[in-house]
Design a protein around this ligand. Structure first.
Ligand code: ADP
Ligand code: MG
Length: 597
């Protein structure tokens, strides 16, 4: 067993034991707040640290959870447990609406929307008579669990920390799963984005929305616990100031790390109390100077420890052992993943007809047409700027065509988008490698199995996905061995050399069991030895009957690999033929010489 499990077990046992020990009430109260705050910032770890999305509205979601249950129990005498469900349901609806509107757009729409939402809810809470205006609601009952009233702090403590630890475990499990890998690939602040997951058949929007919903629900649960612990609610802890403070906790603790959420919550809570005693003594009594101190600390953390403080704590702990259930570690899974029907050798796989693409006034691709048959390696070559990548993106669905058609296995696919095209059996690599650097090589390749697997978020959190996950990882390992990277599966992808990263991309594409594999300039930037290794892998794939479209700038590289070649120049087709014919052509030589000398 991984030491982390013992660590977690020890931590859980310790936290559960605390209220039974002679710990002063003061500390129980502190720990209750740390658990509650940690729960909210755990949502931000997922949303901001993993997903790269920022929300200032988490305190407002906590407010929804708190007010929903407080209102129902105070005014209507309804059980807090029903109140919890009501709060979660309302939160889900609000988060769905906010996410639906903003998450399709990039950048700052989500933070702005969450600020607006936060302010709107705050003034609603403060102005509605039914909610007691700024005085809030008093006399909120305590939660009853199995007939035991959680009125005492030491009792609700147990519920708070069991929920907090369970949530941390659920998020940890989620990150190590099929949807989790997609979520980790989306973060634009870490060089990720939507393009690669979409090319693997995963919806970026859906996964962003999922992260936003989970974060909102965690906040609502925290708010619910808070309301029934305080036995009252009022608007002030749910305003924008706390929305910012939760972000601060997450960043301080380590926004990319599950336990960073609780580290941050603990640091902020403890520092706040210290500052509230010390600052008035140093600076006189008036004013809340701790906000200024926090601001300065935040700037320092971002400057000197942008990953927060948890990674420094983690370094003191023993290193993580990455033992997955794969061929190397014994127990190979019984079944492999479903595979698609292979196209008959020689049948037409891909047909591009008169493709055209303009960028404003620039005609990047004009009148390009060719067909690829099953079992063939087709080369698309041309000097820089000839329109190869654009053609590639038209085929893979990343760019819409301005004219013409693309047919894949007898179906028209232009206008379908990259996810649909991936589903129909086309898989691709990227000219500028798109790996998730802080994920292992194996996990990166497992992303390629997305369309061949089904497990969702809830299954991942409950660990009901393990049998399928083992098959996905075994498939990823098989593809890594196929491209000769069997020795590197547990390394972080970001630590590999470029040539190896290109091979990881090929393995990831292969893991989707493609009918046709598209490679965009796989040899670009590689050293001689790396090029040779790549050529060897491609030859091997061809021998295994795979169909390939190889887009290359390097003419020598494609000559020995391809069956047929189309040469492009200035966006138009120049010549199609066998490598020998292309090599012999004066026109082609002139095109290459013309742009390079
Ligand atoms: P290649 O891959 O053969 O080097 P590209 O397909 O990348 O060529 O580019 C073909 C032409 O289209 C170039 O002139 C390039 O500047 C232009 N181009 C490519 N992508 C875009 C874009 N997104 N916006 C505007 N112009 C583009
Ligand atoms: Mg290119």
């Amino acid at each position: 067993m991984d030491w982390r499990r013992y660590g977690l077990l020890a931590f859980t046992v310790f936290m559960v034991a605390v209220p039974f020990l002679p710990v002063p009430d003061y500390w129980i109260t502190k720990l209750n707040y740390i658990g509650l705050f940690g729960l909210v910032s755990l949502g931000l770890v997922l949303l901001t640290g993993i997903g790269g999305l920022t929300s200032f509205g988490q305190a407002a979601f906590a407010g929804l959870g708190a007010y929903a249950s407080a209102y129902l129990s105070v005014k209507l005498g309804i059980s807090p447990w029903i109140g919890l469900l009501a709060g979660l349901a309302i939160t889900l609806v609000v988060a769905l609406v906010l996410g639906w509107i903003t998450l399709r757009m990039s950048g700052h729409y989500l933070p702005l929307a969450t600020i607006a939402w936060s302010l709107a809810l705050f003034y609603t809470m403060g102005n509605l008579d039914a909610l007691g205006k700024y005085d809030g609601l008093l006399g909120v009952p305590a939660i009853n669990l199995f007939g035991i009233s959680l009125q005492e702090e030491r009792r609700i403590y147990l519920l708070i920390w069991l929920v907090a630890i369970a949530a941390a475990i659920a998020v940890t499990r989620l990150l190590d799963s099929r949807p989790g890998r997609v979520m980790r690939a989306l973060n634009v602040n870490r060089g990720g984005g939507s393009t690669m997951p979409e090319a693997m058949g995963a919806s970026a929007f859906r996964h962003k929305l999922l992260m936003f919903l989970i974060a909102a629900l965690l906040a609502a649960i925290s708010g619910w616990l808070f309301a029934h612990m305080q036995r009252s609610v009022n608007p002030s802890p749910f305003g924008i100031k706390f929305g910012i403070e939760y972000l601060f906790m997450a960043v301080l603790g380590g926004v990319g790390h599950v336990w960073g959420a609780f580290t941050g919550a603990a640091l902020v809570k403890l520092a706040e109390d210290q500052l509230q005693t010390w600052l008035p003594a140093l600076l006189g009594t008036s004013g809340s100077y701790e906000i200024i101190v926090f601001g300065v600390v935040l700037v320092l953390v971002l400057k000197f420890a942008p990953d927060g403080l948890w990674p420094s704590i983690e370094r003191l702990l023993p290193a993580r052992r990455r033992a997955h259930v794969t061929g190397t570690t014994g127990s190979a899974p019984a079944e492999s993943l479903p595979a698609r029907d292979k196209p008959a050798m020689g049948s037409t796989l891909l047909e591009v007809k008169n493709a055209r693409r303009t960028f404003g006034g620039l005609v990047a691709v004009n009148g390009v047409g060719f067909a690829i048959r099953a079992g063939e390696i087709f080369g698309l070559i041309g000097p820089n700027g000839a329109g190869k990548s654009t053609t590639f993106n038209l085929i893979s669905g990343l760019l819409p065509l301005s004219g013409g058609e693309v047919w894949l296995r007898g179906e028209r696919v232009d206008g379908k988008g990259s996810r649909e095209i991936a589903r129909r059996g086309l898989s691709r690599t990227f000219q500028h490698v798109k790996l998730v650097p802080d994920m292992t090589v194996l996990e990166n390749v497992a992303l390629g199995t997305y369309l061949r697997t089904r497990s969702g978020t809830l299954a991942a959190m409950l660990r009901l996905d393990r049998a399928e996950e083992a098959r996905a990882l075994a498939e990823a390992e098989r593809q890594l061995r196929r491209v000769g990277l069997g020795e590197h599966i547990h390394e972080l992808a970001g630590n590999l050399a470029l040539g190896q990263q290109r091979l990881v991309e090929i393995a990831r594409a292969l893991a989707s069991d493609p009918a046709l594999l598209l490679l965009d300039e796989p040899a670009a930037g590689l050293r001689h030895r790396e090029k040779q290794a790549l050529a060897e892998v491609l030859r091997q794939l061809k021998a295994e009957g795979l169909s390939l479209l190889l887009v290359e700038h390097d003419m020598d590289f494609v000559m020995n690999l391809t069956d047929r070649i189309l040469v492009m120049e200035f966006g138009t087709p120049l010549l199609e033929g066998t490598p020998a014919e292309i090599q012999a052509s004066e026109k082609v030589r002139a095109a290459y010489l013309g742009t390079e000398h």
